[in-house]
Design a protein around this ligand. Sequence first.
Ligand code: UDP
Length: 488
Amino acid sequence: MIESVEIEKSLSLDDYERVVHLTQAVRLLREQAARLVPELAGRKVWMVNSTAHGGGVAEMLPRIVSLLNELGLPTEWVVMGTEETRFFDLTKRIHNLIHGEGDPNLSAEDREVYERVSAENAADLKQRVRPEDLLVIHDPQPVGMGAILKREIGMPFFFRCHIGLDRDGPQHEAAWSFLHPYVEPCDYAIFSAPEYIPPFVAGKAGIIAPAIDPLSAKNRELSAHELAEVLKNAGLAQSSHPVVPNDFSEQVTRLDHNGRFQRMDEETEIGIPFRPIVTQISRWDRLKGFDKLLEAFVLMKQGIGKKALSEWQRRRLASVRLVLAGPEPAAVADDPEAVEVLEELTAAYRALPHWIQPDVALLSLPMGSREENGLMVNALQRCSSVVVQNSVREGFGLTVTEAMWKQRGVLGSRACGIRQQIRDGIDGRLVEDGQNAEDLSSLLAEMLEDLAGRNRWGQAAQRRVHEEFLVFAQVRRWIEVLADHVRP
Ligand code: UDP
C-alpha cells in the first residue's frame, strides 16, 4: 500500500546560499531552475521507493524533494508497501543478485508474488496521479508498479537504480532478466555509474551521481562545543561537567562481552575524542565487509610487538580503537540477513582475545530520531582518524561521501561505487583486496602513521565532494533529465 512521506520542514535555499562556500552552487541551481522548471509547468513529480528510513535512498530523498518543491516543481515522496513478507524477501534476493550474490533461480512463484504486490500498489497510486505527472521509481522493488502505471495511464516513467555491479555473472543476469519486463517500458533509466547500465536499456540511460546535503544533521559542521555536547548527549562519551541541552531521546549502546548491547559508562566508554579511532558505519549487511575489517584490526594490534616501531608508532597503534557501528537491532528485526550479520559479528567479538576486546566497539545506533541519528554519525565520523568502507560490493556508498566531506582519511575497498569517489592516493586510499585481512591491516597501519597524507587526502576529498557530490549538482541533473523528456 502506498504511503506519503512527510518531509520535515527544514532549510531553504536562502539558508544554503548564505554559507559562503555554497553560494555559487546554489546560484547555479537557481539559474538552471529558472530556465527549465517552466517547461515542466502543470506537472507533479512522484518519487517512489520502498522505505522511508535506512540506507542511502531514504537518506537523499528528503532533501531532493524539498529542493524541487522550493524551485517550483511540485514533488511528493511515496513509499510502497505490503503485508506479504515474501515480497521483501524476494526483492532483497534480487538486490543481492544484482550485486552478484545468491542463488540465481527465480521461480514462477517469485514472479507471481512480485506482480501481485506491484499490481496492488499500482492500483493505489493510480488514484492519485495524472497522465502528465512524472513518475520516478527508485530501485527494483517498485519498478513493477512503474511499468503498470506506464501501461495503464501512459505517464512518463523514469527508473532510478541506485545499485549495480561492474561485472557480469549468472546472478546479475538472472536479476536483470527477471526485471527486464518492468524496466524495459521506462522512458529513461538513471544509474550511479556507467558500469551498471544493463545492455537492454543502454540506448536510453544516463548517470546521476548520488549526493549529500552539506547542512544536514549528519554532515553539517560541528563546533568543538557542539561536538562535545553530541558525544555526551548520545552516550558516546562520559563527562562529569554539565551540558546545557538534554540527553538525546535514546543513547548509543555498546556490545559487552556477554553479547548484550549496554549503555557505556566510565569503564566501558571508547575513549572518544582522545584516542585515535578507526570507524566503519554501515547497515548490518554481509556485503559491507565488517568481518574482514575486524580481522584486519586484530592483526594490526597483534603485530605491534612483532615489528620494529618508533615510540610514537607504538603508542599510536596501542591506543587506536575500532568502532563498528550500525542501526540498532530493533530497527533491523525484520531483515533476517541483518540479524544474522549482527549475530556473526557478536560471536566474532566474543571470541576475540580478552585483551583486544576493549579496543573494539560494536555500536548500536538508535534510529528513532533522524536528527539524533544523523548527529551521532556526524560526531563519530568527525572523531575518526580513519573512516573505512570495506564493502565487498557498493552501488555508491554515501558513507564514503560523508567522510570525504568531513576531510577524513578514508580507506575504501575497490568496490565500483567507492572507486567512483576515491582516486587512490589522491582523495583517500583504496585497499588492493578488502577481503585480504593482511592487505587491509597494513594499509590501515600505514594510514594511521601518515598524518600529513591523511590531511592531504582529506582536503582533496572535500574538494571533490564539493564539486561533484553535493545535492545542488544532483538536483540540477534531475531537472535537466525531467525537462529533456517532456520536451515535444
Ligand atoms: N547510516 C545511518 N545509520 C546507521 C548506518 C548507516 O545513518 O546506523 C547511513 C549512512 O550514514 C549513509 C546511509 O545510511 O548515509 C547508507 O548509505 P550507503 O550509500 O553508504 O549504503 P546503503 O545502505 O545504501 O547500501
